[in-house]
Design a protein. Structure first.
Length: 329
């Protein structure tokens, strides 16, 4: 068991992200009723880099703060906002309590097992290794992985060689520290957030020459994250494999993908989390949840795929779902 309490943090915002936060919270309370930490839903304040009012609706906020026992905590989106929504996870960390261990999850995540039993080592941060080699995209005559990643480590004054996986061949993408930013953890939210913000802004505003031709939208948070983890003494697999992105959590991302490729436990977690009438009443306002969880589109999507023989690339799954009219965000 984890020896110390920790906060769980997700983003909540007007529209889709707020509904996803509710589904996350409902699945956490169902799967880990003994969780003793705080569930914090970080919400951007009006103003700053978000136009209009980005806060959740009264119905979303009341459900989260009431039955789901979440603390809604505001933060200021100054540097990213509407121009780069993924930056919410970077700027929200400033609103956390100094010195309080935290685990951040993307809101489109389900809890399927006892999160409180995961043996987090909060002094050695880590992040999700459920990813594909999406960045950088190597040009035939352009810089390679080592030159591109090395230039980013040089930019931040970090040792590049110690980040490499020596079991992987040179110029193969998995040799280089690269995470999905769907979850990460550390001992102090504001400390992690300061480093994350500094790194992301440096990469965005002072992009090294070797990386100039690489797209940073939507990849900036995932490009900066490994440098932050490395700088703070973390790395690959500092917790046992098979828990997060396994038996304890599922980063489903899009309803069609949840039903097409994820485990029976994840699908069951979503279907059962939405059953209480108060939760169902709010979540059915979100069309993808209503269509897939309540009106049968999820079962149709699931019947299209054999989970034991899925296409190797996610793109192939997406394309089949789109062709069948089963792709909704």
């Amino acid at each position: 068991m984890t020896a110390e309490p920790f906060d769980v943090v997700v983003i909540g915002q007007k529209g889709r992200v707020g509904y996803e936060a509710i589904l996350f919270a409902a699945s956490l309370r169902r799967a880990d009723p003994g969780f003793a930490g705080r569930l914090i839903v970080a919400e951007p304040r009006p103003g700053g880099a978000w136009p209009g009012d980005p806060r959740m609706s009264d119905a979303q906020r009341d459900l989260l703060a009431g039955e789901l026992c979440a603390e809604i905590r505001p933060f200021d989106a100054v540097h990213f906002g509407a121009a780069y929504p993924q930056g919410n996870k970077i700027e929200a960390l400033a609103a956390l309590d100094p010195g309080a261990p935290f685990v951040f999850f993307d809101s489109d995540t389900l809890v399927t097992g006892p999160l409180s039993a995961v043996p987090f080592d909060f002094d050695r941060p880590c992040a999700s290794l459920r990813r594909e080699g999406t960045w950088p995209e190597i040009e035939f005559y352009g810089p390679g992985y080592s030159e591109i990643w090395g230039s980013l480590y040089d930019l931040m004054g970090l040792d590049f060689a110690s980040s490499l996986d020596p079991d992987q061949p040179d110029e193969y993408w998995e040799r280089y520290l690269y995470f999905n930013a769907g979850w990460f953890f550390y001992r102090c939210g504001p400390s992690f957030g300061r480093r994350y913000l500094e790194t992301a802004l440096a990469i965005r505003d002072r992009t090294p020459r070797a990386a100039e031709l690489q797209s940073l939208d939507p990849w900036l948070d995932q490009v900066a994250l490994p440098l932050v983890v490395h700088a703070l003494g973390g790395g690959r697999r500092t917790i046992p494999e098979g828990l997060l992105d396994g038996s304890v959590t599922c980063h489903w991302r899009v309803m069609g993908l949840l039903f097409a490729r994820e485990s029976d436990a994840a699908v069951t977690a979503a279907l059962e989390a939405i059953q209480p009438n108060r939760i169902k009443k709010v979540l059915k306002e979100h069309e993808p949840f209503r269509r897939f969880l309540l009106q049968g589109r999820g079962a149709r999507a699931r019947a299209m795929f054999d989970r034991a023989a899925l296409p190797r690339r996610e793109r192939a799954i997406r394309n089949r779902l789109k062709s069948a009219g089963l792709w909704m965000r």
